[in-house]
Structures are given as C-alpha cells and as structure tokens.
Design a protein around this ligand. Structure first.
Ligand SMILES: [Mg+2]
Length: 171
C-alpha cells in the first residue's frame, strides 16, 4: 500500500530532473502537472524558464502532455503557450486518463514518466499503472482547499511510512 506513494525519483524541481537519464532508460513521454509543479497556483502563464525547458525537452525527443486536475481555461492557456497536448480535469489519481493517454498515443506505461508535486494525486496515479513517478517539491505554499486536505494526508504517509524525507532528493 505505502509503495503506491513512494516516488521512483524525487527532485527539488522540474529543472533538477536528469532528463538524459530518463531518455536513456527508454522514457519517451512526459506527463506534467501544472499547479505548484510548473507554476505557482496564482500564476496565469508559464515562465520563460519553463518555456525554454519544454523547448529543450522536445529537442531531446520527448513528447509532452500536460495532465492536470485544473480547470480547462487554465490548462489550455498553459498548453497553448508551451505548445503541448493537454488533459484537464484529469481526476488524478484515477487511472482512466492515464489509460486514455496511453491508448491515444499508443505508448506503453513503461515509456511514460509523470512529474508532479503531490503524493496523493501525481505519484499514486502513476505508480498504480507502473508509470515512472517523479515527485518535485511544491513551488509555493499557496494551495487550493482540496490540495491542503491532500497535504494533511500526505504528511501522515510521510511520517508513518517514510516514503520520502522532505528535502532529501534522489534520482
Ligand atoms: Mg500540483
């Protein structure tokens, strides 16, 4: 049970991830969360730094899909600026949208990595299907009510099962 919440990789932020290693390990698709992963919840557009990273990742041969529980207008704005596909209102950690993406792009779970800031949505959703889970530290403390509730549960899991030690990153 607790293994579902243990990220395969844990890094400070999306810029610290070793994408070359992912590529060498056969990862072809990257699923990115939005809120507190690529932008703070009150920020309406991706930063120049994120735009540059996404361009570099595409050059490295990755396909990128934004997979977010966020509302359509927010998700679409990010996807448009970053020029990537998007799946919004994703209901992570539910499996159906991960399955839909796998089918739509004809890609096995073993070739997908999912990047996000929450154990209860991003990590659990990926781990359930054998998608490579990558946890990053949340960008800011400002969060929605639902996320705050998830964080309380997250803290419990971290304390009880020691799935991560906050700030002790691994690759
Ligand atoms: Mg998030």
């Amino acid at each position: 049970m607790s293994n579902l919440f243990k990220p395969v990789i844990y890094q400070k932020d999306i810029f610290s991830i070793n994408y070359d290693k992912l590529s060498n390990n056969g990862i072809r698709y990257l699923l990115f969360d939005i809120d507190n992963t690529i932008a703070e919840t009150n920020v309406r557009k991706p930063s120049k730094k994120v735009i540059k990273l996404f361009a570099e990742l595409k050059l490295k041969g990755f396909n990128i899909v934004i997979l977010t529980n966020a509302v359509p207008w927010r998700a679409k704005r990010f996807a448009k600026t970053l020029d990537v596909d998007v799946c919004y209102l994703a209901c992570k950690p539910a499996s159906f949208n991960y399955k839909k993406i796998s089918k739509k792009y004809n890609i096995e779970y073993g070739k997908i990595a999912a990047i996000g800031d929450q154990l209860y949505t991003d990590v659990k959703g990926a781990n359930k299907l054998g998608i490579l889970s990558i946890l990053v530290e949340p960008l800011a403390k400002r969060e929605s009510f639902i996320t705050k509730y998830n964080r309380l549960k997250e803290d419990k899991i971290i304390k009880k099962d020691k799935v991560i030690v906050r700030g002790v990153f691994y690759d």
